[in-house]
Design a protein around this ligand. Structure first.
Ligand SMILES: *[C@@H]1O[C@H](CO)[C@@H](O)[C@H](O)[C@H]1NC(C)=O
Ligand SMILES: *[C@@H]1O[C@H](CO)[C@@H](O)[C@H](O)[C@H]1NC(C)=O
Ligand SMILES: *[C@@H]1O[C@H](CO)[C@@H](O)[C@H](O)[C@H]1NC(C)=O
Length: 402
């Protein structure tokens, strides 16, 4: 709604937009537009195109609109933005694209928006955003709204660079995890909404520890960070104690697990009840016989809360990683594609509550057993002991059969 004395009817082909003087505002809301009218004054400072049926944004739609400061395209049916559509909008401060049908954003979509402060993308169907999508306004953006989309993953490294961001709305998505420390450089962050996602945990962040955090806006001092995280399947173990210690305003958050805390209100649970279980190695290979150069799989299974991660240390004390010869799986197994070291390997299972270790011995078997001993008592004993320890018997057994 605008003061009527400013209204000046202006006819554009195919639709009627109102050209509001003297501020160069063009208002084309609810005019049944199927595309952006081609003859909008290039001097326009504010262009409102909400509540139409625009499906595609093309480069020529906003070409040469170097004075445009505010562009509203809310509530259309936009599913496509052609590359460099906004490339000429170097003065644009606010871009509203909420309630459309966008699914992906790549590096070219927002290129040229070097002064953008408000980017509203709520209520689309976004499931993918490239790392470089916000490249041109990393330092100017103050308000980023990605709420009500289908995002499982967010370009976190990009978020970490939004040094001017004040409001970050990531609520109502499918986000499963937040990397630790991602908000630590966002010194101006005042509101972070992560409500209704799939988060089981929220890592402590230097930012949260520095400023008092409040769960709700009401009554919180201006300098504080308002953090909302209700509606997530929180796993309330010791890793969330830090969050339990922050100041709170409401009781909407609940725990989804562990079992005895499921459904309980987050803020009513005592700090001591947020517990972790140190790792316990439940099953592991104890001794494995293998021929040098052969492939071998060593196992190490552990339990704990949070789920332990497993590492392997070689007989010479080095941490084993993924290489061309070794693969460490999440389930704890270590595949050695070409056995070259024998001796004592160590499996280490660790989590926030502690660690557990288990020795795993790898023994090289002699590859050339003299023929005359192949049916000897010694050989029978040798292979039967292998069979007893692992399943190598039939592999190596047949290899050495005459
Ligand atoms: C933009 O400006 C260029 C150079 O002045 C001109 O050639 C082009 O036709 C203009 N495009 C539009 C859509 O006004
Ligand atoms: C090593 O590779 C496996 C299989 O590709 C993968 O599942 C695992 O996460 C990798 N481990 C590390 C430590 O990168
Ligand atoms: C661990 O995962 C790997 C790769 O998915 C699989 O080959 C292996 O059998 C698994 N080990 C166990 C003990 O489940």
């Amino acid at each position: 709604y605008l003061p009527p004395f400013l209204l000046l009817s202006h006819h554009l082909s195919r639709c009627t937009c109102q050209n509001l003087l003297p501020s160069y505002t063009v208002l084309c809301a609810k005019t049944g537009l199927l595309f952006v009218p081609p003859n909008i004054d290039r001097q326009t400072a504010e262009l409102r195109l909400m509540d139409n049926f625009i499906t595609t944004l093309r480069h020529r739609d906003f070409a040469n609109m170097t004075s445009l400061i505010h562009l509203t395209l809310s509530r259309n049916t936009i599913s496509q933005i052609r590359p460099y559509t906004f490339a000429d909008l170097q003065d644009l401060h606010a871009l509203h694209l909420d309630s459309n049908r966008l699914t992906t954003l790549d590096d070219s979509h927002f290129q040229g928006l070097v002064n953008l402060r408000h980017l509203i993308l709520a209520n689309n169907q976004l499931h993918s955003i490239s790392e470089g999508a916000f490249q041109d306004f990393l330092e100017t953006l103050e308000d980023l709204d990605l709420s009500y989309n289908n995002l499982v993953d967010i370009p976190w490294e990009t978020i970490a660079m939004l040094v001017s961001v004040n409001t970050l709305s990531l609520d109502h998505n499918l986000i499963e995890s937040v990397p630790e420390g991602i908000f630590s450089n966002l010194h101006k962050l005042a509101r972070l909404d992560m409500t209704s996602n799939k988060l089981k945990k929220i890592p402590p962040d230097p930012l949260f520890l520095r400023i008092p955090v409040y769960a709700k806006m009401k009554g919180s001092p201006l300098t504080s960070l308002v953090l909302s995280f209700g509606g997530n399947p929180l796993h309330c173990n010791c890793e969330l104690v830090w969050l339990r210690r922050v100041t709170r305003e409401d009781d909407l958050e609940t725990c989804a697990s562990p079992k005895d805390l499921a459904g309980k209100y987050f803020w009513t649970i005592r700090e001591e009840e947020f517990v972790c279980e140190p790792p316990m190695i439940t099953r592991h290979t104890s001794k494995m016989f293998v021929m040098e150069g052969q492939e071998v799989s060593l196992r190490c299974k552990s339990i704990g809360d949070p789920e332990p991660s497993t590492h392997w240390v070689s007989p010479d004390g080095k941490l084993i990683g993924n290489t061309s010869r070794t693969i460490c799986y999440e389930n704890g197994s270590l595949d050695i594609l070409k056995a070259s070291d024998s001796g004592k390997f160590t499996c280490i299972a660790s989590n926030a509550a502690g660690e557990a270790t288990a020795p795993v011995e790898l023994v090289f078997i002699i590859t050339h057993i003299p023929m005359y001993t192949s049916h000897s008592l010694f050989n029978t004993y040798f292979f039967s002991s292998l069979c007893h320890i692992n399943a190598l018997c039939h592999i190596n057994g047949t290899k050495h059969a005459p």
